[in-house]
Design a protein around this ligand. Structure first.
Ligand SMILES: NC(=O)c1ccc[n+]([C@@H]2O[C@H](COP(=O)([O-])OP(=O)(O)OC[C@H]3O[C@@H](n4cnc5c(N)ncnc54)[C@H](O)[C@@H]3O)[C@@H](O)[C@H]2O)c1
Length: 541
């Protein structure tokens, strides 16, 4: 994302962000996020109480101290790539997996053993090498749902199954964390919200940025006003899928003499899984290809906007105060692959968001074609499969500064004086603003404090925290009053995630219709039948 930045400029940008995070903690009128104890813990930092980095549990004010001996018993449904990440990242002090369901034999071993590097650490990592004796496999997820010991299910299935399995789980009395995108179409999102209300169970959707401390700090920096008026956010997620796939020895792979391209959405079909071939339709799939490569087919996937764009539009709407966009235009298609995929391999979108002073009744253009003033923030998003020149991320551009969030790992901040300039925040003469003079001891202290707040290790992306937080809500609701029960809900609950799905899937509609589409208020209301994608009717086999 940070195009053409030198390492020195990146270091300056990182230092700037740390200093501003530290300075905002000291500022008397620092913003307060809802339900956060930021002021309290940051004051702890200032007082030198917290020598270690602050945990998300402290930051987001959830802790398992009240139920340390009683983690929530959970079942995993879908033990593939993302199921593996969630298993690897879960904290057994909050969530204890006792069962899992999958239909692909190739994943049965992997989910226990994990992978030697990366986040998929496997059940054995957490529960020991005899984990298999304690974590039961159900080939049919419906049987897992009948296990009365299971309180919560974590769903990491292909997109077309999210609504069906979530609703069945809620009706079976389980709390649910379902992976994003919430559902394949918006009617399904509404049905999931209704099912959660009717069963009085919690529904959380895995947009992990809602639980990332890095993003939480970035939001606080934006909300403080130091970037000035946000005018534009440029977001992207590009991949190098046009390059040849290499084998373990680094040689280019070929099939029937043809180069095999590095396309993560077209994984190989594992020989162990071929046993499923004779009953593939009974299992709910048209073919083995559809089961394994569900992302590239329309019936089972939602394309680049569902898989990648939804994450970043989620981030953009958080940055803009969870505002709903006004309209979207998008183009995209199959511009590279000449294969059987049914979804786009390149997409380019432009979203119009209302700024703080947006006047809905004022036309964007006068009849004579000239512009009238209205406060708009434009978000552009692209996802291309053929060139990952820049790491994925979001670049937030304000009238006073620029902030880049790169690959959920790094945040850089620069003021208007340029990329080579160290800045800090000052509150002299009003609200906080960036000041291009970061050299005195107070600035160094702010930098240290910001660094301590952000932590010294690579930041957690939010997977662990989203499971912890759901477990906390479950246990605390059991103990609380009705008022507490209403307040104790996941940070990314059904309505929030439905908004993300609407934002992502309406871009698909704009591409399909080749039109600018204006968002309608009723789409975002679970009690309205109106949806942007009424033509998306699910096909069951
Ligand atoms: N939050 C994130 O950053 C993130 C990242 C990657 C994927 N995801 C989401 O996670 C979900 C899963 O993606 P993935 O990459 O793990 O896909 P995957 O294909 O690797 O895993 C899906 C698993 O579901 C299993 N499955 C399919 N039908 C089943 C059924 N009827 N019963 C039981 N198991 C069944 C498959 O065998 C497979 O193991 C998707 O919704 C995806 O969008 C989220």
């Amino acid at each position: 994302m940070a195009l053409d930045m030198t390492p020195e400029q990146k270091a300056i940008g990182q230092g700037n962000f740390q200093r501003v995070v530290g300075k905002l903690a000291e500022a008397p009128q620092q913003p307060q996020g809802k339900g956060m104890t930021r002021r309290r813990f940051m004051q702890g930092l200032i007082a030198g109480v917290a020598a270690a980095p602050i945990s998300a549990a402290a930051y987001f004010a959830y802790s398992n101290s009240s139920f340390a001996s009683r983690p929530v018993k959970a079942g995993l449904i879908g033990a593939g790539d993302e199921g593996g990440v969630l298993v690897g990242e879960h904290n057994p002090a909050y969530v204890e997996f006792i069962a899992y369901s999958d239909i692909r034999p190739s994943n049965y071993e992997r989910i226990f053993r994990g992978e030697p590097t990366g986040p998929r650490k496997g059940f054995n990592h957490h529960y020991g090498n005899d984990a298999r004796s304690r974590i039961r496999l159900y080939e049919d997820y419906r049987e897992l749902l009948q296990n009365p010991e299971i309180e919560m299910v974590v769903i990491a299935l292909p997109l077309h199954l999210h609504a069906q399995v979530t609703i069945e789980a809620l009706r079976a009395g389980k709390h649910v964390l379902c992976e994003k995108l919430m559902a394949w179409n918006i009617s399904q999102c509404k049905q999931m919200i209704h099912a959660a209300q009717q069963s009085d169970k919690l529904l959380s959707i895995g947009h992990q940025r809602h639980y990332s401390m890095l993003y939480a700090h970035a939001v606080e920096v934006i909300n403080s006003g130091v970037l000035g008026d946000i005018r534009h956010i440029r977001a992207l997620w590009h991949r190098n899928n046009a390059l040849p796939r290499l084998d373990a020895q680094g040689r280019e792979q070929r099939e029937n003499g043809q180069l095999v391209l590095r396309d993560s959405w077209r994984p190989a079909i594992h020989s162990q899984d071929l046993v499923l071939q004779p009953r593939i339709r009974q299992l709910g799939y048209k073919s083995m290809e559809e089961l394994v490569r569900w992302r590239i087919y329309k019936r089972t996937g939602g394309g680049l906007m569902a898989e990648l764009g939804s994450h970043q539009l989620d981030a953009c709407s958080i940055f803009l105060g969870k505002k709903k966009p006004l309209a979207v235009q998008a183009v995209g298609g199959k511009h590279f692959y000449q294969d059987d995929r049914e979804v786009e391999d390149h997409v380019y979108c432009t979203y119009e968001f209302p700024g703080a002073n947006y006047v809905p009744t004022r036309p964007l253009r006068r009849a004579d074609g000239t512009c009238d003033y209205n406060d708009m923030v434009i978000v552009t998003y692209s996802s291309i499969s053929t060139n990952a020149f820049e790491p994925y991320g979001e670049c937030v551009m304000g009238t006073r500064g620029t902030m880049v969030i790169e690959a959920e790992q790094n945040v850089y901040l620069w003021g208007t004086a340029g990329r080579n300039t160290a800045v800090t925040a000052t509150t002299a003469g009003g609200g906080p603003r960036l000041d291009a003079s970061a050299s005195d001891p107070a600035d160094r202290r702010a930098g240290d404090m910001g660094q301590a707040a952000l932590g010294y290790a690579p930041p957690s992306r939010g997977y662990k925290e989203e499971m912890e937080h759901l477990a906390y809500c479950i246990r605390m609701r059991e103990q609380g009053t009705q008022a507490d029960r209403d307040a104790l809900k996941p940070r990314c609950d059904g309505p929030s995630a439905m908004a993300d799905a609407i934002i992502a899937l309406t871009a698909n509609q704009a591409m399909k219709r080749q039109q600018r589409i204006a968002f309608e208020e009723n789409w975002f209301r679970a009690d309205s039948m109106d949806v942007p994608d009424a033509d998306m009717v699910e096909e069951r086999i």
